[in-house]
Ligand binder design. Structure first.
Ligand code: ADQ
Length: 462
């Protein structure tokens, strides 16, 4: 069996701790353990003004972790700059938030070349190489230039936009060329794959050869759809066990006799937090019966504070939540509990299970795993209701949710009311229509499907 080599911006090492490592980290570690292999990426550390040196290696069973530091300039240009101030907003259809600078673009390509140079000496002839996400698009082209002939796969965790949005990127051609240097490109949904194909076809860059194959820049490759899942069975178990824990009872007690609506998202403009708070505001105003009774628990750890748009948004969301609490709150009721921190997975699972409504309303999201976690955590005999944005990739699979347009805040307000008053039989019917799909299409299957497809690709000849 070929070894597996995974490259991602961040690496979940064994010291990350099982409780905090997400399903993706666990699935990748399982695939690496089975085949043996390497997981390479940024160490999370900055060398300041110094040039970064060789990677540091940690061995754990059959996995070698190769962690490399980056200089502060690298991080500013590659991570905060081109990846998170250009590619992230662009792929989430937010051309208005892109902040393009040639210096950052050059830093992005430089860091990718640096990663490729670190990786190349570690490779064996039949290794399968799997690159994760938008930070590392140029990796295949860099490795090919160094003479690497291995099979190279890429999975994009975020959406791919339609041509009119993507072509706003000044270096769109180089980015497309970079992607087409892989042998297999994986997207979350059919819509993302179609948008990508339209980008190739619109400018005559590439053409479809049928059966998911494309030809562009003299290279042929496959495009596939691999919707990411969660470790469904494990998450359901975690939720069931959580509610019996003493530490959890305290949280539960604080919500007793309240209707609980839960939102869990990184603090990111793609997650639709301000629209969601406005919808909750409207819901409370229009439904006096829920005044003093319904609480929105919004758990939102800060992220990417080094990027300007994120720090501005932190203020905006906190202010808005404060205004709603000021408007509707009473001496013994806070309508929105807004928590800016990460929560242990077991506690999170218990909170999902306790909440009558899971409110997942991104303006645009590759998949959104919170939606899947909420469904997996429900008690089969008394499940809650998921209210889900049609612009999350997961809406393609979770058809038992109440699907909403997050820009229509009144519709979201109505959906909250509908979810809270839904009879048990309807809730069960909805939940039962989703759970078997989640159990079957879990994170291990996602990993297996991608690697099977990559293995089936012939050894690249470019
Ligand atoms: P994210 O944008 O981070 O992921 P999401 O898919 O929802 O979005 O995953 C977030 C994960 O972080 C979930 O597992 C959730 O439980 C966890 N999390 C969020 N808030 C937390 C908190 N306060 N405490 C603890 N854990 C918390 C990107 C893409 C998505 C895509 C995933 C996977 O943007 O569209 O679904 O990758 O491909």
């Amino acid at each position: 069996m070929s070894r597996l080599v995974v490259i991602s911006n961040r690496v979940a090492t064994p010291t990350t701790g099982a409780a905090q490592a997400g399903g993706l980290a666990v699935a990748i570690q399982a695939a690496l353990s089975e085949r043996g292999g390497i997981w390479m990426g940024w160490s999370g550390k900055s060398t300041g003004d110094h040039e970064p040196g060789k990677p540091v290696f940690h061995e754990a069973g059959r996995i070698t972790y190769a962690l490399t530091d980056l200089s502060q300039t690298d991080l500013d240009e590659y991570y905060a700059g081109f990846a998170n101030s250009v590619l992230w907003p662009l792929c989430h259809y937010r051309m208005d938030l892109t902040d393009y600078a040639r210096k950052d673009m050059a830093g992005y390509f430089r860091v990718n070349r640096f990663f490729a140079r670190q990786l190349q000496p570690l490779l064996q002839d039949d290794d399968l190489i799997w690159v994760q996400d938008y930070h590392l698009i140029p990796m295949a082209a860099e490795l090919r230039q160094m003479g690497v002939k291995n099979r190279l796969g890429f999975f994009l965790h975020i959406p791919w936009p339609p041509p009119d949005v993507f072509f706003a990127l000044p270096v769109y051609d180089t980015i497309l060329r970079g992607l087409t240097a892989f042998d297999l490109l994986g997207f979350q949904t059919r819509f993302d794959a179609e948008n990508f194909a339209s980008c190739l076809e619109r400018e005559g860059i590439g053409r479809a050869l049928g059966d998911g194959r494309f030809e562009a820049y003299g290279h042929s490759f496959r495009v596939g759809v691999f919707p990411i899942g969660i470790d469904t069975a494990q998450f359901a178990k975690l939720a069931e066990e959580a509610i019996h824990k003493v530490s959890f009872r305290r949280i539960e007690k604080s919500f007793r006799e309240r209707d609980l609506i839960v939102g869990v998202d990184r603090l990111d403009y793609s997650k639709g937090l301000t629209h969601r708070i406005e919808a909750f505001d409207k819901f409370i105003a229009a439904n006096p019966a829920y005044q003093g009774r319904a609480t929105l628990l919004q758990i939102t750890p800060k992220s990417r504070s080094e990027v300007q748009q994120y720090s501005a948004m932190q203020r905006q969301v906190a202010e808005l939540a404060g205004q709603v609490n000021g408007r509707h709150g009473t001496l013994d009721w806070v309508p929105i509990r807004y928590v800016n921190r990460s929560v242990n997975q077991a506690v999170l699972a218990g909170i999902y299970r306790m909440a009558q409504v899971g409110l997942v309303t991104p303006l645009r999201d590759g998949m959104n795993l919170v939606a899947k976690e909420y469904v997996a955590a429900q008690a089969p005999e008394n499940p809650g209701v998921l209210v889900l944005s049609r612009f999350a990739g997961s809406a393609r699979q979770l058809d038992g949710a109440i699907i909403v347009n997050p820009y229509d805040v009144e519709a979201v307000a109505n959906a909250i009311a509908k979810a809270l008053s839904m009879p048990l039989e309807a809730r069960r019917e909805r939940w039962e229509s989703m759970m078997p799909h989640l159990l079957e299409n879990d994170i291990s299957k996602w990993c297996r499907d991608f690697l099977d497809a990559l293995r089936q690709e012939g050894v690249a000849v470019s």
